[in-house]
Design a protein around this ligand. Sequence first.
Ligand code: SAH
Length: 675
Amino acid sequence: MTDPSAMNDAYNRQREAMVNQQVVQRGIHSPPVIEALRKVPREAFISDALREFAYDDTPLPIAERQTISQPYIVAYMLDALQLREGGRVLEIGTGSGYAAALLGEMADEVVTLERYKSLADEARDILQRLGYRNVDVIHSDGTLGWPEKAPYDAIVVAAAAPEIPQRLKEQLAIGGRLVIPVGAHDGQSLRCLTRTSEHDYREEHLTSVRFVPLVGEAGWADREDTSASSKPVTAKKIPARKARSGSTSELIAECAEPLDDEGALDALLERIGDSRVVLIGESSHGTSEFYRYRARITQALIEQKGFDLLAVEADWPDASQIDHYVRDLQTEASQWTAFSRFPTWMWRNEEVREFVDWLHDHNSRITDRTQRVGFHGLDLYSLFTSIDSVLDYLEDVDADAARDARERYSCLAPWRTDPSAYGRAAISGSYRECRADVVTALVELLKKRMEYSSMGGTRYLDAMQNARLVANAERYYYSLYGGNAESWNLRDQHMFDTLKVLLTYRGENTKAVVWEHNSHIGDARATDMRGRGQLNLGQLCREAYGNDAYLIGFGTDTGTVAAAADWGEPMEVMDVQPSLEGSWERLCHEARISAFQLPLRHSRSQVLNKRLLEPQLERAIGVIYRPATELSSHYFKARLAQQFDEYIWFDHTTAITPLTSKTLEGTPDTYPFGL
Ligand code: SAH
């Protein structure tokens, strides 16, 4: 159990950071707004499942497929109201009640209207619990305003209207301001209307925004309400948004499970069932929501289903340091330099650190070390670190063998600074090919398995795995020069072989979670890779474990991502371009649910499943992101329902937070990411 006061401290810190980084640094300084933001606990307005994202720079889903706005945009709108001393305010679109609470801090009296009764009831409860006696939540169509309490010194509308509803204009006090998003569903202009006299208004455009639609008599038609008696829309000439009935997006919306539903995670766990291997993807290497949501799933798998280990797309020796930290619970900071090579941010980030801390905590309650949850790396880029590890190990257990191995590995020595040059030189004959040497080194180590493992099984396993990595990395770098599918396949085959070793060394029923990019964990046979003769980890797992492997993909439309412009270049926070027409992403975006999971293996709609088996574009952002050449650099074709067993969607996402050296200064020097 998490200590509640510690949680509160954590939220207070996050709230402070949110106010500073997302609001003040972006130029909003108005004291009443800032003070209100500092006071209101945003986490209280968010479902348990998404609470940890409460202070993210993003809107989040709430019930009824609505959203709680991004903190910055709420601050921006409140700032635009220019409330000076108290007064009476009308809000349209209570939603979670968060903005109403902020208004409760700033105004004398607040009336807030919400068209969904369930939302109004829930928000009223929360506001009452938090002690907001001056906020009145009313279940009603806000496009008509609330004449009983008019005029209002300010009116703020949190949903997008086709045009400014006349009644709201009428209910504005002279000198008062109305802030409202106006425009079509895929983007609106945020307007500020000031009533300058009985009959005059001044209108200005503030910025571009995107809100859920304002649905009601003087707003958009309710697209879910198809009954003949549905109210006519008074807005003239502006057609109500009509999602093509039966369109793929509409079917997705029907079958999707919004992530804020209390039971969402449980439903996913139930579908995962008794699977032994759960592979969780990501469609970029730098998106915070992906890291955190898969951490959440993983925690549940560990706690509720007894998963034994996590294997990630990182090199074995780096992950070993983390494994040592979380399982041995000892600390040797001075030696720890995990993930210090490009792309460092992929694992050295706040999101991963939080998970590692959790795992450390979880394991510390398990006395038997062999039962603790492990953290391992499947990748093979650590050729020389692995060579050094094998040699260090042999020095300790068998000096003669160490000498022989050193001799063998010296074949690769010329490539220490640039292993990628090895293939060309070896193929052209200008340098020696090292295959026989590295394989012999591995075989020698395997031969002495009994002898060495009696001196310490874990260290032997580690050395053996490093020797295996060296052997596979030699082949990988050798084939790299050819530039064909072979190097990709060698790498994924190595990752699969490593996973197999992990799944057996703890006994038959070992269960593993894998974190890798979608391109590794989604079945290659469902994508363009197949035509290129490429296979991947997801495919190999399905072939080996059948339904005992569960493949979960992730996707997003827009937001920010941490990536580099080119290999070896510094990390930047880049804007993710809106997804392209003809892509899965576009279809999910048009389902208009900000975060959801879509069951594919256990699909609820035959019709939808058939459509999801057609090839469509899919986006993959890796360590590198090149928005200028999106289509050719990042899109490929895939049959979604064959590629994954489940697809998880975050419409708007934010970049991961890399660990900076400043952060590291503040952390105990025992932390495994320490440089
Ligand atoms: N201020 C909210 C944001 C809510 S999103 C928050 O801080 O959480 C917009 C809300 O407007 C949704 O809950 C939606 O149901 C509501 N809404 C849409 N049309 C409405 C209408 N005509 N009257 C009242 N509420 C409406």
